[in-house]
Design a protein around this ligand. Sequence first.
Ligand code: SAH
Length: 351
Amino acid sequence: MADKTELLSLSAPELEAFVTEVLGESKFRAKQIGQWLVRGAEFSEMTNLSASLRERLSEIAVANPVRIRESFRSKLDETEKFLYELDDGNLIEGVIMRYHYGDTLCVSTQVGCRMGCAFCASTLEGRVRNLSAGEILGQVIAANRNIRREDESRRVHNIVLMGSGEPFDNYDNVVRFLRLVNAPEGLNISLRNISLSTCGLVEKIYAFAKEGLPVTLSLSLHAPNDEIRRKLMPVAQAYAYADVMAACRRYGDVTGRRVVFEYALVKGVNCDMRCADELASRLRGMRAHVNLIPLNDVKERNLAAPSKREAQAFLQRLEQRGISATIRREMGADIDGACGQLRRRYLKERT
Ligand code: SAH
C-alpha cells in the first residue's frame, strides 16, 4: 500500500506516462482517468474503463487520497467545516466560506505545524508530516463534490492556503499543487483567485517570487516590530522584521501583486495606538493591505482578542495614516471555524 502511486499528484503528462508505460494502455485512457480524478471518483466508479483495468489500478494506485469524514454547517452563515481523513488515518480540516464573489476554500498543507506561533491551535502538537500535492488538491476535489451534491452550480472558486501547516515548510509540494490546480485539464482555478499565507520564511518568499505564479502573498505579520513579533512567533527569531519586509516588497515588485499583511489583534500585546503608528510607518509607500483578525481565543494559550472598540480604533488609526486595512469578518463562529480547533477536538476525543 505504501508504494501505490498517488495519481492526483501527477501532472497530465506524468499521468499519461504512467498509463502508457506502467499500464501499457493508450493515451486516450489517461485522459479518461484524468477526467474522473478531478471529479473525485474512486476507480470502482470509472465506468468507462474495463473491470480488469479498474482492478489493476486499485492494486497499484490511489485515486482519491482525501475523504470528508464529517462536515459541520454554521447556523449563523453558510460556512461549512470539513474534517478530512487521509489514507494513513491522519485527520486534517478545512472550511468553505460562501462569499458574493464565489465559494472560497481554506486548505491545509501539513498535518500539524512546527512553527510554534503562540496563538495558533494547529501547532500545539507539532508537525506530523507534510501533505503531498495530491492531498492538497484532494481537499479541493472533495469539497467540490460535497457542495455540488446540493447545488450543481457551486464549485470552489477561490482558494486560501491558510489551513493547518506552513506552506513554505512544504515548498515543493505546495508549488506542485498550485500548478496542478491551475491546469486547464484539471480544476482550472485561476492563480489570481488563490492566496498563500506564510509566517515569513524569507528565502522561500524570494524563491516563490521567481516561480511565475501570480498568487496573492499573505504575510502573517502580527506585530509592528521585532520585539513584539518574537513574543508571538518563534520564526521571528530566525528572520529580522526588516528582512521579511524587504522580501515582501520584492514579491510585490516581481509579481505586480499587492501583499496582504495579516495582523491578529491580541489584547495587551499588539493593539495600542503606538503599535498602529509603528505598523503604519513600516508599511508606508508599499502597495499593501492589512487584514486585522480579532484573535480567536485558544483556551490552551492565555491570549485573547481586544474589545470591538479597540479593534475599530486600531483600524481607524491605520486608515488615518494612509494604510489600506479591513477587519476580517468572523465566519462560522459556532463550528470551531478557526484552523486547528476541530482536529484538536477530535484528537482529544480519541484519547
Ligand atoms: N502557516 C501559515 C498559514 C496558517 S494560518 C501562516 O502562518 O501564515 C492562517 C492565519 O491564521 C495566519 O495568519 C495565522 O497567524 C492566523 N491564526 C492562527 N491562529 C489564530 C488565532 N487563534 N486567531 C487569529 N488568527 C490566527
